[in-house]
Design a protein around this ligand. Sequence first.
Ligand code: FES
Ligand SMILES: [Fe+2]
Length: 471
Amino acid sequence: MLSKEDNQLITDTNSGTPMGELFRRFWLPVALSQELPGPDSIPLRLRIMSEDLVAFRDSDGRVGLVDKYCPHRGASLFFGRNEEGGLRCIYHGWKFDVTGNCIDVPNAPEGETYKNKVKIKSYPVVEAGDLIWAYMGPKDRQPPFPEFEWLNLPRSHRYVTKFQLECNWLQATEGDFDPSHARFLHSTMDNNQSNPGNALNQGAGAGGRVGVNQVNLAAPIDPSERYPRAVGNRRFKETDPTSASNMRLEDIDAAFFSIAASELPDGRKQAVAGLRWHMPMFCPPGVARPGHFSANMRVPVDNERLMFFRLRWSLNPMTDEDLQEYKLGGYTHPEMVPGTWRTKANVHNDYEIDRLAQKHFSYSGIKTFPLQDIAMMEDQWGPLADRRNEHLTSMDYQIIYLRRRLLRTAKALAQGVEPDEPWMSESYRYHTAQVVLDSGTLEDAIEQAKLKAKEPVVPSDLKVEAPKISA
Ligand code: FES
Ligand SMILES: [Fe+2]
């Protein structure tokens, strides 16, 4: 549980709050590139970090992210004319460029000189990885761009989309640090045999990467149990690979990892350094197709909503089959209400829960993985959980760890101690790694796995140009 004060501190990302300022020390994804498809395309209305903004792509293709409201008399620039190198307010014709400079005040005789006195709020923008990123913090603290390896891949190797959730950023993010939920929420009633995604999800949840640290869910249900569906192979024991006693968490630069090691039957030592998180909210877990990596990025819209950027990437181009699954399959990316970023199954229709399916087939009765998670996340004592009500267990150790690091860093910042993480740009390429040593100790294997986790996985001949900060 958290105290009322700590819960308020860790969930409030408005400007001027400790967590709001911590988020604003980082480059954050704010929109998909495809939402601004070309020069002078329709402006995009954006609420992000509780700020109302407008993004637009000017005649030269540059992206601006500016205050939604015109500084003359406050009209919405969303309705603006995007033309000839800037966005023009349609109320009286004032015009702004991508850096927020007022470049025309045509409705007053003194406009030629007055325009130089007016500037609208604007944020530096980078377009990278099919996303538009913004830095919303103090100008003198603008960090280098994080070196996520997927940013340097050709577009053909990525699929990213977004959807909006109706809850605070933290309660959705904590779902990525919850190793005991998948065996219940995401499971089926036939011993999990018919749903390979369960094993995948456990693997991703435990080790951060599909194929690593998979948990065997095939143990038979014990018929002597009075309520076999509730227990059987689902019950967690001390020996479970994901339990706190078999996993330690460790900060490494801007990230933290889960570290696990074991001796194989032939005496060799195996260790996994599983990437769990990068400051402040970049998480790798999630179901992905074989050979694909995942990233979850949840950016606050305001304190009771978030935009979930969900990425899949691969060292090989996405096939038609991959894309069909990601776009239409509903398995990793939920079906949307057409023309919106809202999921079709949502809180207003009880996520289309099918009680018959729940009785006989799936544990939840809710159709797909992401929807199962969303249904649990969006209403945890409401959209902004009061964590004074919690009763955490040892299996919630990752959530506790995450909160402690965030609270420590945000409180330090409130005391004037700037975080180092924004400047550790190279550590954003760290990833999950596994090693098997023929000789040496378990600690030797762990050290090797940690070193391997820092090595690039994208071959240099696959890389395209690095992202550039444009404004
Ligand atoms: S309110 Fe925008 S030009 Fe007047
Ligand atoms: Fe989940």
